[in-house]
Design a binder for this molecule. Structure first.
Ligand SMILES: [Zn+2]
Length: 88
């Protein structure tokens, strides 16, 4: 069982590395943006996500996803952004 757990851990690490490499090399030309959102207790700043690789940036200044973005709902942007693992 430990061998299987180790194998799963290795595959997950390889997957994460492959996604990170894809996000690092992606031209990020198809970008979605969710506007900021006010909640009762929280405030969420604008969120941008690349449709091709899932790379995500949140805040008021975007360093990587600088192309014109298509506005979508926050739920749509968050769902696509879950795949993001690369951090520049
Ligand atoms: Zn991308």
């Amino acid at each position: 069982m430990q061998r299987l757990a180790k194998r799963l851990q290795d595959v997950q690490a390889q997957h994460k590395a492959a996604v990170a490499e894809a996000q690092r090399t992606c031209p990020h030309t198809s970008v979605l943006e969710a506007q900021s959102k006010n909640g009762i207790l929280f405030y969420w700043p604008p969120l941008r996500v690349c449709q091709a690789c899932g790379f995500t940036e949140e805040g008021f200044h975007f360093r990587v996803l600088t192309t014109t973005a298509l506005e979508v709902s926050r739920d749509q942007a968050v769902e696509i952004g879950r795949r993001a693992v690369w951090a520049p």
